[in-house]
Each structure stands twice: as structure tokens, then as C-alpha cells.
Design a protein. Structure first.
Length: 141
């Protein structure tokens, strides 16, 4: 399970340091578009579960189903950390997530999310914090 949040910068070659505690789970990761303009980073086991769900997906609206699969899979890239633990972020995904120099890597259970730090702070302040309080009250945790 991926948990926690970490602030990092990426270098001039679009490489991002992946904390070692995350790298021990897999030698290969899949990086793709996420919701709310972030990036999703899956280890191979979690990505296989996503693929199985996609193969089993059967929506009444086939146009919507195809559009979703195209958006998710066309943005997917296999990434392998280098010897220094860095992964390469493709330019199209950097642009999709509007990532600046500083990023926030957050663990959300089965995957990591990569956010522009300022976008993450704004999202958390405006949406996630309220949702967190509401759900915590409902779940009594």
C-alpha cells in the first residue's frame, strides 16, 4: 500500500526522483493520465489489475467506454527507475498535469499520484480537505 506525501523537484531532463521505499515494490512502473490533472503511477501488479478491469468493462455507452480506454491507455508509459532512482516524465504528461519544477508525490493505496505542488495544495484546500472531514465523520475515524 502506498501512503504518505513527498515533495521533489525534477531536473532539466524531466527526471523525477522516486523515493526508495516505493522503488522496492517494482522494477517497472506504468505512468499515465490521472483525474483532476495529476499523473497516476502504478507498479506492475497494480497495473495488471487495472488492465483486467478494463478488459471486463462493458458500458452501455460504447462511445464513452472507448473514449475512457483511449484516454487512459494512450497516455500510459512504462518507466524504469535509473540507478539514482529517477523516472523520466514524458513531456506530454508534464503538460497534461501542468507540472512545474516542484512536484508532490502522494500515496493513495494502490498507486502513487504525481501533482504539481501548487495544484496539489489548491486541490487539497478546496476539495480534499472538506471531503476528508466529511468522510471521516461518516466513517467515525
Amino acid at each position: 500500500m502506498y501512503i504518505g506525501q513527498y515533495t521533489h523537484s525534477f531536473d532539466s531532463k524531466n527526471r523525477l526522483f522516486l523515493p526508495s521505499r516505493f522503488r522496492t515494490r517494482s522494477a517497472l512502473f506504468v505512468l499515465t493520465r490521472g483525474l483532476e490533472e495529476c499523473l497516476y503511477l502504478y507498479d506492475t501488479a497494480a497495473w495488471q489489475k487495472v488492465i483486467i478491469k478494463l478488459e471486463e468493462l462493458s458500458l452501455p455507452d460504447k462511445i464513452e467506454e472507448r473514449a475512457f480506454k483511449r484516454a487512459l491507455l494512450s497516455g500510459a508509459n512504462e518507466v524504469v527507475p535509473d540507478n539514482q532512482g529517477r523516472i523520466l516524465l514524458p513531456q506530454n504528461l508534464i503538460e497534461y498535469a501542468a507540472i512545474g519544477k516542484e512536484v508532490m508525490i502522494i500515496g493513495v493505496g494502490n498507486r502513487l499520484e504525481i501533482w504539481d505542488s501548487k495544484r496539489w495544495e489548491k486541490y487539497f484546500r478546496e476539495k480534499a480537505d472538506t471531503s476528508f472531514r466529511n468522510m471521516a465523520a461518516k466513517l467515525e475515524i
